[in-house]
Design a protein around this ligand. Structure first.
Ligand code: IPE
Ligand code: IPE
Ligand code: MG
Length: 249
């Protein structure tokens, strides 16, 4: 295995992942799409472990999008069952590794057993401190922004806030991601170069990393490769390179 050098002192605080390619992985093997989803669980486990081991504090995994509700019924049901089963099975590991579970998205739209299991795991792991694992479930960025705007408009109507108060910080506080910092790095697997309605506001200045690997094949070293790649980049935030490297006199 080739050496991947990571500077543990400058790992991103928050990494977001679009876990894509389960269906194609299964198709390559002549199996149905659910077989792909089931085999994606190992990649989830490896990614969480890899992130915790190098001291990353937040990881958000895109597990199910608002648009994914338009998939065939059988696939949706299978995915929801897999979700309940996996959360139940992994609570123990989350406890042992001091990881707290969180969720963003239109959670009320999940089947009731799924919602209950999720809440139970969130509650049980809530005082864990090492890392926050945030699942994006029935999530889409446009849904989140519309939802934030609706609540914000109500608060103006109810005179809780005035329209003059609206700034980036206030708007941010209405998003489901309000408790978490913005991701510095977004990883997408499966060779697709798109965002698919994920964290549009929050990734305004994130570094994007795309890999051809299909999600079920994604392993710790793939995650570390993404981190190493991120660490080679110069994040300029609109400034010039010279401004960033200039030593103050
Ligand atoms: C990602 O894999 C998992 C979900 C979106 C739930 P896909 O199911 O999108 O797999 P592909 O992209 O069709 O290969
Ligand atoms: C994005 O993957 C959503 C998740 C990974 C949960 P999709 O497979 O749904 O995205 P598109 O349709 O290829 O853009
Ligand atoms: Mg896909």
């Amino acid at each position: 295995m080739k050496e991947i050098e990571i500077d543990k002192k400058s790992v991103p605080n928050h990494v977001a992942v679009i876990m894509d390619g389960n269906g194609r992985w299964a198709k390559q093997k002549g199996k149905n799409r659910l077989f792909g989803h089931r085999n994606g669980v190992k990649a989830v486990r490896e990614t969480i472990e890899a992130a915790a081991e190098i001291g990353i504090k937040h990881i958000t995994l895109y597990a199910f999008s608002t648009e994914n509700w338009d998939r065939p019924k059988d696939e949706i049901n299978g995915l929801m069952e897999l979700l309940v089963f996996t959360i139940d099975k992994e609570i123990k590991t989350l406890m042992e590794n001091d990881i707290s579970l969180h969720a963003i998205g239109d959670l009320k739209s999940l089947p009731s057993n799924c919602y209950r299991e999720l809440m139970r795991a969130i509650d049980k792991t809530s005082s864990n401190k090492r890392m926050k694992l945030i699942l994006a479930l029935s999530y889409s960025s446009k849904w989140e922004i519309m939802n934030a705007l609706r609540v914000l408009a109500k608060d103006i109507e109810g005179k809780k806030i005035s329209s003059a108060d609206i700034d980036e910080e206030l708007f941010n506080s209405y998003l489901t991601t309000a408790p978490y910092p913005n991701p510095e790095l977004l990883i997408r697997t499966s060779g697709e170069h798109r965002i698919s309605n994920f964290l549009l506001w929050q990734i305004a200045y994130a570094e994007l990393y795309f890999t051809e690997k299909l999600w079920p094949d994604f392993r710790k070293e793939d995650f570390y490769e993404a981190i190493a790649d991120y660490q080679k980049r110069e994040r300029r935030f609109g400034k010039t390179s010279e401004q960033l490297t200039k030593v103050l006199q």
